[in-house]
Design a protein around this ligand. Structure first.
Ligand code: PMP
Length: 422
């Protein structure tokens, strides 16, 4: 198709900014989304995007699942039709079985299918946050969660789940000063984005105590939970909660899961599992937002998950484990003195803290042009303006030799920068 010429138009002269709702003022383009644009350059080694390796998508299983839906007229008709907001029942049944494997006994009524777990975060903000309410979160934390919650105009307070939390009274008093209450306690307990760190069982139990004492809901973002490369799994927050309180109906937490990291993000499929009173309201929010996630994709994803998700985990984990090993070894061999980094047991990220004087935002253009490497400056993940000397590296996309080369070039540049400012 030939391109349609757009006639020249004078610049906008309507002061839209004054007309937008107050919640829009905090909405700015994410640094990561902007960075994703340079991922397309073949000469740049990208450690920036936290995206799965497309070579690991089960493309043939998806193709077969779509073919099989279209080979059966009654399945075709159902898959192309509107369906219920809760989500396709066989897919929810798969999730119920999966949650049982995580130590959470629940039924299909405790599960809502969402368009990726990103939509789950938005819906939880919509359900729980009035303007001025408080979200408790670690710093740094997942930028997409901050974007989702910020649309509901909350305040943020820092959470230190491994030790150093404020007292519940302090959190309550601080929240009251802003005219609200602590409502959400957001954590990525396994192989967090951006740090790669995992919360201990004791820290998870402390979070549940804090939820009880402040009345807040724990949001367990389990996006990377299935990507464990070493060590024993730590029980999920929701599983611990159900264990303590005698079942999911009495839980103070919800679990946000996703198929993005284990099957493919392009289908935009995730879920929330939690107590029924919350799920029932979230179903209404889903209805208002988009009626339901795409029926065809839910049907296909249900088939593919059933057929091959568990069987593919060793391939995914084996591949990412080797890449993580290459990144850690290259850092060990080439990072200048004063640099520290996390050693994740799973997930896709290593979090690096450079000597104090290095500004990773200022360094990025040189990293791209001179070291031919992209990363995400860590400041993007803080809601309190800190983290200027930190950066997030993802090891998901490049092979081991490329990772080795990229990290060594980046660290050589950092070394030069440190010496130049020494
Ligand atoms: N939570 C975390 C911690 C993530 O890193 C991501 C994706 N980068 C998401 C949620 C959203 O993923 P999706 O919407 O694809 O499920």
């Amino acid at each position: 198709m030939s391109e349609i010429a757009v006639p020249p138009s004078p610049a906008a002269d309507i002061p839209w900014e004054q007309q937008f709702a107050t919640r829009a003022s905090g909405m700015v383009a994410s640094e990561i989304r902007e960075l994703l644009k340079i991922l397309a350059r073949p000469d740049i080694v990208s450690f920036a995007g936290g995206i799965p390796d497309p070579a690991l998508f089960p493309s043939e299983a998806f193709a077969e699942a779509y073919r099989s839906v279209f080979a059966d007229p009654s399945r075709t008709a159902a898959a192309l039709q509107y369906s219920i907001s809760e989500g396709h029942r066989p897919l929810r049944d798969w999730i119920v079985a999966h949650m049982a494997g995580q130590g959470v006994a629940c039924s299909a009524d405790h599960v809502l299918i969402t368009s990726g777990s990103q939509q789950a975060l938005d819906f939880l903000g919509k359900l729980m946050l009035s303007p001025g309410d408080t979200v408790l979160a670690t710093t740094p934390t997942y930028l997409g969660a901050l974007q989702a919650f910020s649309a509901y105009e909350p305040h943020y307070q820092r959470l230190h789940p491994e030790g150093g939390n404020q007292t519940p009274d302090h959190y309550l008093a601080q929240a009251a000063r802003h005219g609200g209450r602590p409502k959400l306690l957001y954590v990525v307990p396994d192989f967090a984005n951006p740090t790669g760190e995992t919360l201990s069982e004791a820290a998870r139990l402390r979070l549940l105590d804090l939820a009880e004492e402040t009345g807040a809901l724990v949001v367990e973002d389990a996006a990377y939970r299935q990507l464990r490369y070493e060590g024993l799994p730590v029980p999920s927050v929701l599983a611990l909660d159900c264990g303590r309180r005698g079942g999911i109906e009495r839980a103070r937490s919800v679990y946000c899961g996703t198929f993005s990291k284990t099957l493919a993000p392009g289908l935009r499929m995730g879920w929330i599992a939690g107590p029924r009173p919350l799920i029932e309201k979230l179903v209404l929010i889903k209805q208002a937002a988009d009626l339901h996630s795409g029926t065809l994709d839910q049907v296909v994803l249900g088939d593919v998950a059933q057929q091959c998700l568990e069987d593919r985990l060793p391939l995914l984990c084996g591949t990412y484990r080797r890449r993580r090993g290459a990144m850690l070894a290259a850092l060990e061999a080439s990072a200048p003195a004063g640099t520290t980094w996390t050693r994740p047991q799973g997930g896709l990220f290593v979090w690096v803290t450079l000597p104090e004087q290095v500004d990773t935002r200022a360094l990025l253009p040189r990293a791209v042009e001179e070291a031919r490497v992209a990363y995400v400056p860590g400041g993007a993940f803080f809601f309190d303006g800190r983290g200027g000397n930190t950066l997030r590296l993802s090891f998901s996309l490049a092979d081991e030799a490329t990772i080795d080369r990229g990290i060594r070039s980046l660290m050589a540049l950092v070394g030069e920068f440190v010496r130049g400012h020494g």
